[in-house]
Write a protein that binds this ligand. Structure first.
Ligand SMILES: NC(=O)C1=CN([C@@H]2O[C@H](COP(=O)(O)OP(=O)(O)OC[C@H]3O[C@@H](n4cnc5c(N)ncnc54)[C@H](OP(=O)(O)O)[C@@H]3O)[C@@H](O)[C@H]2O)C=CC1
Ligand SMILES: O=C(O)[C@@H]1CCC=N1
Length: 269
C-alpha cells in the first residue's frame, strides 16, 4: 500500500499490529510512523520493525492517511483534543478501544472525518487476530477494502454492525485471556501427573489450536466434533461428565456475558 499509517501509543496492540503490517509487507516500514511518551517504548518499535518514530502525537497525526489510536480508553478524549487541529481531513481514524463510538471521535475532533471502530486481539502478534471492524457511513468500498487489508495482515477479520461492537470483547478480543487460563489449567493437571511443564504447555496449547482449526476447516458443528472424541465407555466422556457437573458451560457463558456487559456499559458513558 502506498499510503502512510500512524500509531499513537506503542504498547501491546500497536506492536502486534505493526508486526503484522511489516511482516506481510503491506506497508513499507518507512510509511509507518509512531509516537509514545516513553522513549524506551518508541525506540523499541523502531528497533524491532524499522519504523519511523516521531517526537509527538501531533506530528504523527499531521502526516498519516490512517491513524491508529492504540491508547487506553480513558486517554482518548485528551489525545483527540491534542491532535484535533493536525489530523488530515481525508485521514481514516482507526479506533481500537472499547466503548469509544463514532460520535465521540468526530465530536472531539470537531470534524466529520472517516472513522472505523475495530477490535483486534493479541494473537495478532503471531498473525492470528480475530479482528472485528465496523466502518462509519462516510467510508467508501475502497476505504473498507483497504482497512480489511490492514487487519487481514495480522489475522482474520469480520465486518460487524455498530450494535454488536460492544459485545465483541466477550467472544473475541478478551477471549485470549480465558483461553490462556484453560491452557494453563490443563497443563497444571499434566504436571500433577508428572509431565514436564514445558511439554504440558505445548500439548495443551496444541489441543486448543488443533481443535479450533478443526472447527474452522471442517465447518462441522462443535458438538458433533466433541462426540467424535468420546469413545463409548472411554476416557473422554468421564472428563465431559465432570465439566458438565462443575458448570463449565455456564461458567463460560456467564464470563462472556459479564465481559460483554462491561463493554456495553463503557459504550454508554
Ligand atoms: N490488549 C488487548 O488485548 C486489546 C486491547 N484493545 C484496546 O487497545 C488499546 C491499547 O491497549 P494495549 O495496547 O493493550 O495497551 P498498552 O498499555 O500496552 O499500550 C498503550 C500505550 O500507550 C501509551 N501512552 C500513554 N499515554 C500516551 C500518550 N499521551 N500518547 C501516546 N501514547 C500514550 C502507553 O504508555 P505507558 O505504558 O507509559 O502509559 C502504552 O505504551 C486500549 O484502548 C484497549 O482497550 C483492544 C483489543 C484487544
Ligand atoms: O481488557 C480490556 O479492556 C481490553 C479490551 C479487549 C481486550 N483487552
Amino acid at each position: 500500500m502506498k499510503k502512510t499509517i500512524g500509531f499513537i501509543g506503542c504498547g501491546n496492540m500497536a506492536k502486534a499490529m505493526i508486526g503484522g503490517l511489516t511482516k506481510s509487507k503491506l506497508f513499507d516500514p518507512e510509511n509507518i510512523v509512531c509516537y509514545d511518551p516513553a522513549a524506551a517504548a518508541r525506540e523499541q518499535v523502531a528497533k524491532d520493525f524499522g519504523v519511523n518514530i516521531q517526537d509527538s502525537n501531533v506530528k504523527v497525526a499531521a502526516q498519516v492517511d490512517y491513524l491508529v489510536l492504540a491508547i487506553k480508553p480513558f486517554l482518548y478524549a485528551q489525545i483527540l483534543e491534542e491532535i484535533a487541529k493536525s489530523v488530515k481531513p481525508a485521514a481514516i481514524i482507526i479506533v481500537i478501544a472499547v466503548g469509544v463510538g463514532f460520535d465521540d471521535v468526530k465530536g472531539i475532533l470537531g470534524k466529520n472525518i472517516k472513522v472505523v471502530r475495530t477490535q483486534p486481539s493479541t494473537p495478532a502478534f503471531v498473525g492470528e487476530s480475530d479482528s472485528t471492524v465496523c466502518p462509519d457511513d462516510l467510508m467508501t468500498k475502497e476505504d473498507i477494502a483497504d482497512v480489511l487489508a490492514i487487519f487481514d495482515s495480522f489475522g482474520k477479520t469480520e465486518i460487524i454492525s455498530e450494535k454488536l461492537m460492544g459485545v465483541v470483547p466477550g467472544i473475541a478480543s478478551s477471549a485470549p485471556a480465558y483461553v490462556m487460563i484453560f491452557i494453563e489449567a490443563m497443563a497444571d493437571a499434566g504436571v500433577l501427573h508428572g509431565f514436564p511443564r514445558d511439554q504440558a504447555y505445548r500439548l495443551a496449547a496444541q489441543a486448543v489450536y488443533g481443535s479450533a482449526k478443526l472447527v474452522l476447516e471442517s465447518g462441522e458443528h462443535p458438538g458433533k466434533l466433541k462426540d467424535q472424541v468420546c469413545t463409548p465407555g472411554g476416557t473422554t466422556i468421564e472428563a465431559v461428565r465432570v465439566l458438565e457437573a462443575k458448570g463449565f458451560r455456564d461458567a463460560v457463558i456467564s464470563a462472556v456475558d459479564a465481559c460483554a456487559l462491561k463493554s456495553l456499559s463503557m459504550s454508554k458513558k
